[in-house]
Design a protein around this ligand. Structure first.
Ligand code: PHE
Ligand code: ZN
Length: 888
């Protein structure tokens, strides 16, 4: 097929030229920006007659080669290549060795609604180049394996654009006539085009400085519009923590004397790691206690860290091609997870990350867009900035660490930097550095990059009273996934295992043998990491004095599902006593899952809970010694998407109802305890983002959530009081959320008050939209429809779209309404959005990818809407890839 857009990893070929230096001049104008680019090329292996550059939505003004203007057709042609997004500018009759190209293009940032390339946000100019946005400014070898040194001159009207920024160092500034001025920036580090950035506009900076471990002073600036300048203090603090932590933990020092962060309101993603000029979505920078929640605070710190850490893992060592995206993203997510763990609570962070993975990545692996961490092919690369590439990718990195140990992992990372600094490399290169530094043979580990799907490890154990041996049999199952029909190979799965005796005490592990081989001495440790790498393996532990309870997959040592023959009593013992907090939490998850599925099977509106279940949770709620945040995590049941995976093709609203019923029944049974927890954790103390405060608020709000599920007047009044008295956004919005479990006078009034209080603050309004979009009360779609026309909404702003439209697509009662109204509403929205911003449109299309999880009627309804999308002419490549994969 000539117009097949699919790009394959196996077709990778190096770019046949070196591009040493890039000189850019931007003459900024909202509708008529002129971009002049001078490119100094060298043939790389053999001399070629022509060179291909990529461009999209450009007006080409002129092309010259070695100073001579070229005529169209004779000197260059514009051609189409189905594998290239946009157009290909092919320049002919190249001289041998080296040559210089000069290209002039015109673009219109003000009418660019895609948030890619050069665009305007709140009147300021900014760029977004990853993955293929650079080509929206000029024709260019816009691929990550072409690394060059950039010099960028920006010319702009001084009154509207007093601040002019780009990567690297400021090397010149000029006052020009006509009220114009210019700034020239030079980045000494070679980089691919996706790390380029330019910002111009009316901005003010919060300034600070950081002295690196070798004594170098780095100026830190966070740029924002005047009205937000008081909200960037936390981000600055986070940046300094990140710089320090990267030195302390990994020996990585910053490499320039300046580091800029720019805050923009219109941004498709979270943030972007452009060299020395990070660009951030405002929701990931701006924070005050009154406007941001605890999770916003922790998230901001994590993403500031993430983008900063990219300077080494992504920028200094970058990706050879976009198939290797996880090389930088998986590794950098792992680094930001560790950062948060070291600075805040390791146990809470680990559980949060597992929750996120199960709720988002497992469904992706089980859905129509399933892909390996390193996909072998794609149609639109934007669709692969996925939980699989990011979060599952981070789990792969964590498995290296689990297998090699902390020190071994550090040695591997050091070798990776030593070998590849300044290069564009692959996941294989990372793997090799890890193996070589440790003399390790992790053969089947690499399959984690190549095979999609969540493996299941089935585990059974037998205790021999006479021989005092425990035999553990493990088997791995690799599910079929939508991306391939190929048979899957067994992978290397590290399973961290411990044993508890019947009183909950850890047992010392002595000798262990595998499949009849010579036994090894584990030296009395209490956790051992078993390497499961064949389909089936059997392990025998000797000298186990009594029948143990198995604590499996400690710390979530691999991104798998566990099926085991452990009894409910075993799980309850683990919940109470396991030294591994992740496993305590996970035992509660399994218990809750069983209880919910039981209620679902019974199909009644009310769940009859067993006394043992209630008692287990009562003990957790009343535990005065446990970490409060941890208790609130134990009290958050598995998500509906997780439960659906367990039962397959069924009515999602019934599973949702069963989950609610169990919550409600538990609230009834533990009403007194919940009330006690709620009351004792209320506090009027000044807000502080520390573990204690965060934990207290999380637990207080969790108790309130349970109480609110009872829909009793006295609890609703409690929620209202908490809402009114809140001195911080965590409690205010948390209480509002509880109130909005029910659609009544109180919740309507609270929503109105909240709006009046915050109508000037777009980020807080996102919370307001989100809460309403996610109300599970009947006929909520009408409200969502009305909100589309509300002045608080803006169809041009990605954050607002995510808060209203995307949030709605993640609900049950209304999105999955059996009349299909939710599905057709989303489809209408996608069609509208696709014309202005395809990336945002495809994010909203993701809700279709789990269609096989639902009952037949819903599958048919969803299919009808997918067909409606497929029929649309000029559908973007982004949306069309998802639609066609869903319909396959
Ligand atoms: N590379 C960004 C990150 O740090 C994400 C991103 C991708 C931002 C594409 C914009 C566009 O994860
Ligand atoms: Zn990243």
């Amino acid at each position: 097929m000539g117009d097949d857009r699919t790009v394959h990893l196996k077709d990778y070929a190096p770019y046949p030229f070196l591009l040493h230096d890039v000189f850019l001049t931007f003459e900024l104008h909202p509708e008529n920006t002129r971009v002049e680019s001078r490119l100094q090329f060298e043939h790389s292996t053999k001399d070629r007659d022509s060179i291909d550059l990529y461009g999209e939505a450009l007006e080409l003004v002129s092309v010259s080669l070695n100073g001579k203007a070229l005529a169209a057709e004779e000197g260059y042609v514009i051609v189409k290549d189905s594998k290239v997004v946009g157009d290909v500018l092919r320049i002919k009759h190249l001289p041998p060795q080296t040559f210089t190209l000069e290209i002039v293009t015109k673009i219109s940032p003000a009418t660019n609604t895609t948030c890619e390339g050069l665009y305007q946000s709140s009147g300021n100019f900014c760029t977004q180049c990853e993955a293929e946005g650079f080509r929206r400014m000029t024709f260019f070898p816009d691929r990550p394996d072409v690394m060059s040194k950039y010099t960028t001159r920006i010319v702009a009207d001084k009154s509207t654009n007093p601040v002019l920024l780009s990567n690297g160092n400021l090397i010149a500034q000029e006052e020009l006539g006509d009220g114009k001025h210019s700034a020239t920036w030079q980045d000494p580090f070679p980089k691919p085009s996706y790390l380029f950035a330019l910002v111009a506009g009316k901005l003010v900076a919060l300034e600070d400085a950081f002295t690196t471990c070798s004594g170098k002073k780095v100026d830190l600036k966070i740029w924002t519009t005047d009205k937000n300048k008081d909200k960037v203090g936390w981000a600055m603090e986070s940046l300094k923590r990140a710089m320090k932590w990267d030195e302390d933990r990994w020996g990585r020092e910053y490499d320039l004397n300046i580091f800029n962060i720019v805050v923009v309101d219109d941004f498709n993603m979270g943030a972007m790691e452009n060299k020395s000029l990070n660009v951030f979505n405002s929701r990931l920078v701006l924070a005050t206690p009154e406007t941001a929640t605890d999770s916003d605070y922790i998230h901001i710190q994590g993403v500031i860290g993430h983008e900063y850490f990219h300077n080494w893992t992504g920028n200094r060592v970058t990706c050879r091609d976009w198939f290797q995206l996880s090389l930088k993203e998986g590794l950098t997510v792992f680094r930001d997870q560790e950062f948060t763990s070291d600075l805040n609570s390791r146990l809470v962070k680990r559980i949060e990350d597992v929750q996120f993975l199960r709720q988002n990545q497992y469904p992706e692996d089980a859905g129509a867009m399933a892909h390996p961490v390193r996909p072998p092919s794609y149609e639109a690369i934007d669709n692969f900035y996925s939980c699989t590439v990011y979060e599952k990718g981070a789990e792969i990195i964590r498995m290296y660490e689990t297998l090699l140990g902390k020190e071994g992992f550090r040695k591997g990372l050091d070798l990776y930097f030593e070998r590849h600094d300044g290069q564009a490399v692959t996941c294989d290169d990372f793997y090799r550095a890890m193996m070589d530094a440790n003399g390790y043979d992790g053969r089947n580990l690499f399959l984690w990059y190549q095979q999609a799907g969540t493996p299941t490890v089935e585990l059974s154990s037998q205790y021999d009273e006479d021989k005092k041996t425990l035999t553990v049999r493990m088997e791995q199952q690799l599910p079929a996934t939508a991306d391939t029909s190929e048979e899957k190979q067994p992978m290397l799965i590290p399973v961290a295992l411990g044993l508890l005796d019947s009183s909950g005490k850890e047992m010392a592990l002595g000798r262990m043998s595998e499949d009849g081989a010579e036994a090894v001495d584990l030296g009395g440790v209490t956790t051992t990491v078993i390497r499961l790498m064949r389909k089936q393996q059997t392990f025998v532990f000797e000298g186990i004095p009594s029948r143990p309870v198995l604590s499996i997959l400690r710390g979530f040592s691999a991104p798998v599902k566990i099926r085991s023959d452990r009894t409910e009593q075993d799980l309850m013992l683990l919940l109470s006593y396991d030294s591994d907090a992740y496993n305590r939490w996970d035992s509660a998850q399994t218990l809750a899952k069983e209880e919910i599925l039981k209620a679902w099977r019974a199909g009644a509106g009310k769940a009859e809970l067993r006394a043992e279940f209630i008692d287990a949770f009562r003990k957790v709620v009343a535990d005065k010694n446990a970490d409060k945040h941890f208790i609130s995590q134990v009290l958050s049941f598995p998500s509906v998407s997780e439960l659906l995976e367990e039962v397959g093709s069924t009515d999602p609203t019934a599973v949702f109802a069963a989950r609610n019923a169990v919550e409600k029944s538990l609230a009834e049974a533990l009403e007194r305890e919940m009330l006690e927890v709620f009351t004792s954790n209320r506090s009027s103390e000044a807000y502080k983002v520390d573990n204690e405060g965060i934990g207290r608020r999380a637990l207080m709000l969790t108790a309130l959530r349970f109480l609110s599920s009872l829909n009793k007047p006295e609890h609703n009044e409690r929620a209202l009081k908490a809402f009114k008295e809140a001195n911080n956004m965590t409690e205010q919005v948390g209480a509002l959320r509880c109130l909005c479990k029910n659609d009544n006078e109180l919740s309507r009034k609270a929503l109105e008050d909240f709006y009046q209080q915050w109508k000037h603050d777009d980020l807080v309004l996102c919370q307001w939209l989100r809460i309403q979009a996610q109300m599970e009360t009947p006929n909520n779609l009408d409200k969502v429809r009305r909100l589309l026309d509300h002045e608080a909404f803006d169809l041009k702003n990605p954050n607002k779209i995510y808060s209203l439209i995307l949030a709605f697509s993640r609900t049950y009662t209304n999105f999955h309404a059996i009349d299909g109204s939710g599905y057709s509403f989303i489809t209408d929205c996608i069609l509208k959005l696709d014309k202005s911003n395809p990336q945002v449109a495809s994010a909203c299309t993701e809700c279709f990818t789990s269609l096989r999880m639902y009952d037949d009627v819903r599958q048919q309804l969803l299919t009808a809407q997918l067909q409606r999308l497929a029929k649309e002419e000029n559908l973007s490549g982004n949306v069309s890839e998802i639609v066609h994969k869903c319909l396959k």
